[in-house]
Ligand binder design. Structure first.
Ligand SMILES: Cc1cc2nc3c(=O)[nH]c(=O)nc-3n(C[C@H](O)[C@H](O)[C@H](O)COP(=O)(O)OP(=O)(O)OC[C@H]3O[C@@H](n4cnc5c(N)ncnc54)[C@H](O)[C@@H]3O)c2cc1C
Length: 549
């Protein structure tokens, strides 16, 4: 496949990913110069199809980008009215009052939104300004220039056979070249990962940390629906087994977002994040809310949790990383969309300054300075010790210590400095023999569901004749190393049931990758203890088809 000839198209800026970061960059470029040539490429079948967020949106990013968003009809329809925080035990709950929380934790002034719908609206704004947006186009490769700079991407390759050869309907795709390329792929972007490795961008920074976020949309009994209510819980069922917690957001139309995040630095490989989520819904407080309702959608996505100290260098020759491709989530607030938007705006401004000075293909250092020292850096710096405290000392210590540290940072001083994360999430996994297996109750089919039934509600679809987009560096490792040492954790950490160890009498154990189920959460690429699984893009348009996640 080495000699494929592709047509090339030239742009000022090529943007990979139509999430809040990429779309904000596109809009800002056109605001500054309506003649700027901008293209946005999105692997989802439509903009929003792969967007999964909570989401309580802090509108500060949108305010900075499109101050008249209300007049322009942005779908921010549900202001937060009530904010609750509970510590759960198996049979009951304790409400933590809001007053000891630092002001940054307050959700008043924020909106409960579908980020999928917000992105669809942003795409309409961008297209009206002349941005070219191509959904159904996976960017599968980077294109390098003569000086080693990133000068573009390959997008839209279709029709390979399952063995990687060219099928009858093979389309080689196109090269899209830009003076600058923005990678706004979200968490653990597949091209971003290559750029970080090639240019050594994470040297001198802490490893990125992640959580796995799973989410269902429920339509509930109108009598129980309280539009604008935000509830967060911690404690049961995870207890000391892993960090994480839940969110329950009441949006419009009697719908509720029910979500659960498990920090991926858990040690016990027997832990089954998906089943923890299912078990959580049987807590009396949650079960009471959902009883009589129905689950209408399901999805999962990793969330970046490393924060300030884990942001890699975000520029290299010709390329800038935006939003969660860098990792800009404020962990205690569980919010990254506002920073994704602000990063898109900052990258666009830096690129326009460079293009006007007739530069191209170099490093947009002004962008990085703005992220680290501007609104994004200030937002993330205040909370930088919450995650390391939680990882080292557990939930209670992090609530007390992290709370005090956030207060101190809010008041302008620091006691702890900047704590380190230490190990990556893959390295945190310990051998199975050191831990007791965990028994999970069987899903009841009413409140809780088995994985494959739920995956059907992500509306995910992958053309089966293509090569699996989940590749193994060494195909022997799952059975020869991960199964005996870690009890085959991929069979549990994947929230879509992609990985299976098939044991048939008289035959060797086989490792099966059901790539058709993949919801593009990237957990396998992050958590595999051997770092042997590599997530690559399937052909464009494949993957989940989320309605209003
Ligand atoms: C469960 C969960 C709950 C969250 N809750 C909240 C919340 O309540 N509030 C909040 O503010 N934040 C929340 N976040 C964080 C927030 O979702 C992220 O910070 C935000 O999505 C980052 O935006 P982004 O544009 O960088 O990436 P994304 O939103 O991930 O968008 C990336 C886009 O790029 C596309 N893409 C990726 N790779 C390619 C490729 N190679 N080729 C073509 N297209 C590609 C993807 O399909 C996607 O559409 C939550 C996250 C999760 C997982």
């Amino acid at each position: 496949m080495a000699d494929i000839e592709r047509e090339a198209m030239e742009y000022d800026v090529v943007i990979v990913g139509a999430g809040p970061a990429g779309l904000s960059a596109a809009i800002r470029l056109k605001q500054i110069d309506p003649d700027c040539n901008v293209v946005v490429l999105e692997k989802g079948s439509e903009v929003g199809a792969h967007i999964l967020s909570g989401a309580v949106l802090d509108p500060s990013g949108l305010d900075a980008l499109i101050p008249d968003w209300k007049a322009k009809g942005a779908p921010l329809n549900v202001p937060v009215k009530e904010d609750n925080f509970y510590m759960l035990g198996e049979a009951g709950q304790l409400r933590i009052p809001n007053f000891p929380m630092p002001p940054l934790m307050n959700n008043h002034g924020n909106y409960i939104v579908s980020m999928g719908n917000v992105c669809r609206w942003m795409a309409e704004q961008a297209e009206a300004m002349g941005v070219e947006i191509f959904p159904g186009m996976s960017c599968s490769e980077l294109v390098y220039g003569d000086k080693g700079e990133v000068k573009g991407v390959v997008a839209g390759e279709f029709g390979k056979n399952s063995d990687g050869s060219m099928g009858d309907a093979y389309e080689p795709g196109m090269e899209l070249h830009g003076k600058y390329v923005f990678l706004s792929e979200g968490v653990r972007g597949s091209l971003s990962k290559q750029v970080i490795a090639k240019y050594g961008l994470s040297e001198g920074h802490e490893p990125q940390k992640y959580g796995l976020g799973m989410k269902e949309i429920w339509e509930i009994d109108p009598a129980k629906h309280r539009e604008g209510t935000v509830t967060h819980t911690m404690g049961w069922p995870l207890g000391g087994n892993a960090g994480g917690g839940s969110f329950i957001y009441h949006l419009e139309n009697n719908q509720v977002y029910v979500g659960f995040v498990v920090h991926l630095n858990y040690k016990n490989p027997h832990l089954f994040p998906y089943m923890e989520f299912q078990r959580f819904k049987h807590h009396p407080m949650v079960a009471d809310l959902l009883k009589g309702g129905k689950r209408v959608a399901y999805g999962a996505r990793a969330i970046s949790e490393g924060g300030y100290q884990s942001m890699p260098k975000m520029v290299a020759p010709g390329v800038a990383l935006l939003g969660c491709s860098v990792g800009m989530v404020n962990v205690p607030r569980i919010k990254g969309n506002h920073n994704a938007m602000l990063s898109g705006k900052a990258a666009a401004e830096a690129a326009m300054r460079a293009i006007r000075a007739e530069r191209s293909g170099d490093e947009l250092n002004d962008y990085e300075t703005e992220v680290r020292t501007g609104a994004i850096g200030r937002d993330l710096k205040k909370v930088r010790n919450v995650k390391p405290l939680w990882s080292k000392y557990g939930l209670v210590a992090s609530l007390v210590g992290g709370g005090l540290d956030m207060w101190a940072n809010t008041l302008g001083f620091t006691v702890l400095g900047t704590l380190k994360h230490g190990k990556s999430d893959a390295e945190s996994t310990e051998e199975a023999a050191k831990h007791a297996p965990i028994t999970y109750p069987k899903p009841d089919g009413t409140l809780s569901f088995d994985r494959l039934t739920n995956v059907a509600f992500s509306f995910t679809n992958h053309e089966e004749s293509q090569p699996p987009h989940l590749t193994l560096k060494d195909p022997s490792v799952p059975v020869s190393v991960n199964l005996p040492k870690y009890a085959g954790p991929s069979a549990r950490y994947c929230p879509a049931g992609v990985y299976e160890f098939v044991q048939e009498e008289g035959k060797d154990t086989r490792f099966v990758i059901n790539f058709q189920n993949c919801v593009h959460c990237k957990t396998c690429d992050i958590k595999d203890p051997a770092q042997n699984i590599v997530w690559t893009t399937p052909q464009g348009g494949d993957g989940p088809n989320y309605p209003n996640m």
